[in-house]
Design a protein around this ligand. Sequence first.
Ligand code: SAH
Length: 357
Amino acid sequence: MEWPRNIKTLTTDELKAWLRDVNEKQYRADQIQKWLFCQQVRNWDEMVNVPPALREKLAEQFSLLALKEDQHLVSVDGTVKWLFETHDGHHIETVMIPANGRYSVCVSTQIGCAQNCAFCRTAKMGFTRNLEAGEILEEILSVNWYLKDNGLLDEEGNIAQVTNIIFMGMGEPLNNLEQVHRVCCTLHNQKLFNMGAKRMTVSTSGVVPKIKELVDRNTPCCLAVSLNSTNNEYRSSVMPVNRVWPIEKLLEAVDEYIRRTDNYVTFEFVLIQGITCTPKAAKELIRICAPRRVKVNAIVLNDGDDPTLHAPTPEEVEDFLAAVRAAEIQITIRNPRGRDILAACGQLAYKKEGKKC
Ligand code: SAH
C-alpha cells in the first residue's frame, strides 16, 4: 500500500498497521496521534515519549506539516482568512469566524471546485484536486495555532480552540467524501478532538448519491444543502448539478437523510434580487419546507463576478424573512462576515498575481 504523505491523514488503524510493518509497538499510534491532535505539535522532536529512532522513521515516511501559510488577513469584524500553499504548489483558503466566544472554521475540501455555480467565485478557479484529510485537519490546527500564538481566550478564560467546523470553503465536500469522512471521525474521536457531531456541518450543492453514502457511512456531522432556488429551470441555469439531480431527487435524498438519521437538514438559500428573493419564491420555499424537518439559512448574495445578479435591498430581505416566518418555518439570516477581505460565502478564490479570477 502506498501511504498518504501527510501523517494526519492516517486513521489509528492505518497508523498501527504501519507501525507493525516497521516492527514498532502498536500503542505508539495512540501516543503519536495525541501529539498530533491533542498537544498539536509543530515538529517531530516535541513528541518526547516517542523514541528518537521512531521519530526519525516517521519523518522519513511522512510529512508532519502539510500547508505553508502564504498570508492571513484580518477583517474589521475579527474574521480571519488564510491563504495556504499545499506541498504541490497550489493554494487554498480557510476562514475563521469568531462569535461570542465561539470560533467557527470554514474549511476548504478541494483545490478549486468543479460544480461551476454561476454566483460563486471559487468556480472560476476550476478544479485541481481533492485535499487529503491531513491537509483539511491542518487547516483547523492552523487556526488553533493562531488562537494560541495570539493569546485569544474562550469564555472561561482558557486558550481558545476551534469550536465549530463548517465544510463550506472551496470545493464540494461530498465529492471528496472519503477524506471528509476521515476528518469528521478524527474530530469526533473522544481521545483526539472530542468534537460533537452537531458542531460539524457538511454542506453540499446537491450531490444526491453522496448524501445517501453519508448516511450509510454514519459520518458524524450535520448536513446543509445549498438549495438556493426552488425552481428547477433557474436552479439548473445557475447550478449545473441540478441538471443531473433535480430538486425532486434532492428532496428525496433529504427526506431519506432525515428519516434515517433523525436529524434535521439546513437549507442554504442565497437571496438574489428579483429571482430568489421574491414573494413567489418565499411561497415556493414554504411549500418545500413545511412538510420537512428543516431549517433555512438565508444568505444575502455577496458580490461575485456575474454582473446580472444583485443583492436584494434590506426591505426586500425583511419581507422575504417575514413571509417565511409567518408560515412557522425556522429561518435565520447569515450575517455577512469578512466581506472586506473577500472571506464571505462565495468569495473564496485564489488569484494569481496579474491574473484575473
Ligand atoms: N460546494 C458546497 C460547499 C460550499 S458552501 C455547497 O455548495 O454547499 C458555500 C455556500 O456559499 C453555498 O451555500 C453557496 O450557495 C453559497 N454561496 C456561493 N456563492 C455565494 C455568493 N456570491 N453570495 C452568497 N452566498 C454564496
